[in-house]
Design a protein around this ligand. Structure first.
Ligand code: PLP
Length: 454
C-alpha cells in the first residue's frame, strides 16, 4: 500500500510541535517552519514541494558518493537479514566489523592499523581524548592531560567535542567548556596574518602551538588536535610551512597528534585522507561522515601501532558504545568504499573535479565582495568583505553570508555560511558542468547581495 505523501504544511506543523532540531533557533523555526527535504539522487535533492537543489554541501560535508545509490541499500538489506546487530564488547566481533577494520587500515597512513568504531565524529573525538590520556597514564606521565586545539575549529557537540572545538557559543551553552582544553590561533592567514606572507604566518601559527606547550609545560600536554584543513570553521587550508613545523614541535615536546579527518577523510582533498595531502603523520586519525558517505552513522578512530602497543599492555579498555562497529553501518561503509574504489572517485577528485572546482573558485578572487577565495580538492570558501582592498569586514548583523545562502535556496543551490564565509563541499561525484552551474548560481547570489549593499 503506498502512503499518500503528507502535505508540507502538515509536516511543518508536526515538526514544530515535536521535533527539537540541532543548531536551530526554535523561535525562527516556529515562525518560518522547517525546510522539508524528501528525496535525493546524485548531487541533487528535492524538497517536499518538488523544488530541486544542487547540493553544494553534500548534506553536512558527508554524502561523498552522492544520493540514492541502490547498491548500498542492497548491501544494508542483506546485512540486516543476515545479522542485524551484534556487539564488539567482551571479545566478540562480527565478520563485517573485521572486514571494515582491515579495509580502513589498508587506506590510512602507514602505521595506523588499529580501528576503534563509533557512530559519530563527536564520539570519535571523545574516544581519541580518552585514549591519549590513558596512554600517558600508562606511560607513567599522568600529568599529561591537556589537549590543545584551534580557535574556530569544530570537533563535535558532545561535552568533549564542544570543549575541543573553538566556538565560544558552544562553550557558553550549558557551561560546556571543561578543564584541560586550550585553544590557540589557527593557521588562518586572512583573519590573523594579512600583514605578512603566508609562509611567515604559517610559521607564526605553528609557533603558537609551541608557545602554548611551553606556557603549560610539556609535562601537562597530552595532545594537539586539528583537521588537516579546517572545515566547518571556515575551510582554512594552512600555509605550506605550518604542518612540517607543527609535527616537529609535537615530536620535540612528546605531544601526540590527533588528525580530525571527519570532513577531510575519504577523498575530499583528492587523497584518501587529508593527512596524505599535507604529509601529516598523526598518532590518531579520526574519520566519520565520508566513511559511509552519510548512508549510516559510523565513525572510526585509527590508532598507531606504537600507541596501541602501550594501550594493549594496560588491561581492559574501559570504553565503547553499544553501536561500536554496528554491522549494518559497517556494511554501508564497506559498500561505500567499494564504490569509491571501483569508480576511482578519489582519483577523479584529484585529477578532474578538484582542479576544475578550484579554478572556478579562484574566478571569485577579484569579485568586489570577496576578500579571499581558498580551498583544496572539493572543499572551498569565499571570505566576504565590504572592501577587499582595505580588508574592511561587514558587521556581523548584516548577515551577508547567510543572505547569500538564503538566495542560494531561492536559486536552487545549497551553500553554507559561517561568520562572513561562504562554504562549499559538494558530493565528490559532481561533474564539471555541475561545478560550473553551482558557481554560476553562487555568483548570481553574491551579486544580488552586493547590489543590496550598494
Ligand atoms: N569533527 C569535525 C571536523 C566535524 O566537521 C564534525 C561535524 O561536522 C565533527 C567532528 C562532529 O561529527 P558529528 O556531527 O558526526 O558528531
Amino acid at each position: 500500500m503506498t502512503k499518500t505523501p503528507a502535505s508540507t504544511a502538515a509536516l511543518q506543523l508536526a515538526d514544530k510541535k515535536h521535533h527539537a532540531h540541532p543548531f536551530t533557533d526554535p523561535k525562527a523555526l516556529a515562525e518560518n517552519g522547517s525546510r522539508i527535504i524528501s528525496r535525493g539522487k546524485g548531487v541533487e535533492i528535492w524538497d517536499n514541494d518538488g523544488n530541486k537543489y544542487l547540493d553544494g554541501m553534500a548534506g553536512l560535508w558527508c554524502v561523498n558518493i552522492g544520493y540514492g545509490r541502490n547498491e548500498i541499500a542492497e548491501r544494508v538489506k542483506s546485512q540486516i537479514e543476515e545479522l542485524c546487530y551484534y556487539n564488539s564488547f567482551f571479545m566478540s566481533a562480527t565478520p563485517t566489523q573485521i572486514e571494515l577494520a582491515e579495509t580502513i587500515s589498508s587506506l590510512t597512513p602507514e602505521g595506523l592499523n588499529h580501528i576503534f568504531f563509533g557512530t559519530s565524529g563527536s564520539d570519535a573525538n571523545d574516544t581519541a581524548s580518552r585514549l591519549v590520556r590513558h596512554y600517558w597514564d600508562l606511560k607513567g606521565k599522568p600529568t599529561k592531560k591537556t589537549i590543545i586545539s584551534l580557535i574556530h575549529a569544530y570537533h563535535g557537540s558532545t561535552i568533549t567535542g564542544a570543549s575541543l572545538g573553538g566556538w565560544p557559543a558552544m562553550h557558553k551553552m550549558g557551561s560546556t567548556l571543561q578543564a584541560g582544553y586550550t585553544h590557540i590561533m589557527p593557521p588562518y592567514w586572512f583573519e590573523f596574518g594579512r600583514n605578512q606572507s603566508k609562509e611567515d604566518f604559517g610559521l607564526k601559527a605553528a609557533q603558537a602551538l609551541e608557545d602554548a606547550i611551553l606556557l603549560a609545560g610539556a609535562d601537562n600536554i597530552a595532545a594537539f588536535i586539528a583537521e588537516p584543513v579546517m572545515g566547518a570553521g571556515g575551510v582554512i587550508p594552512a600555509p605550506d610551512t605550518y604542518w612540517p613545523m607543527v609535527q616537529e614541535i609535537c615530536k620535540k615536546h612528546d605531544v601526540l597528534l590527533i588528525a580530525d579527518e571527519v570532513i577531510t577523510g575519504f577523498g575530499r582533498t583528492g587523497e584518501w585522507f587529508g593527512s596524505f595531502t599535507y604529509n601529516i603523520k598523526p598518532d590518531i586519525l579520526n574519520m566519520a561522515k565520508g566513511l559511509s558517505s552519510g548512508y549510516a552513522p559510523i565513525s572510526a578512530t585509527a590508532v598507531s601501532d606504537d600507541m596501541y602497543a602501550v594501550l594493549s599492555a594496560g588491561g581492559e579498555i574501559s570504553h565503547g558504545f553499544t553501536y561500536s562497529g554496528h554491522p549494518v553501518c559497517c556494511a554501508a561503509a564497506l559498500e561505500n568504499i567499494r564504490i569509491m574504489k571501483d569508480e576511482k572517485i578519489v582519483e577523479y577528485v584529484r585529477d578532474v573535479a578538484g582542479p576544475h572546482f578550484q579554478n572556478k573558485l579562484q574566478e571569485f578572487a577579484d569579485h568586489p565582495l570577496v576578500g579571499e577565495a581558498r580551498g583544496v580538492g572539493l572543499l572551498g570558501a569565499l571570505e566576504l568583505v565590504r572592501d577587499p582592498k582595505q580588508g574592511e569586514k561587514f558587521a556581523p548583523e548584516k548577515r551577508v553570508a547567510i543572505r547569500c545562502v538564503e538566495k542560494g535556496f531561492e536559486n536552487g543551490i545549497i551553500m553554507r555560511a559561517i561568520r562572513e564565509v561562504l562554504e562549499f563541499s559538494p558530493p565528490l561525484i559532481i561533474t564539471t558542468q555541475e561545478i560550473d552551474l553551482l558557481f554560476d548560481r553562487a555568483r548570481y547570489c553574491i551579486d544580488e547581495v552586493a547590489k543590496e549593499e550598494g
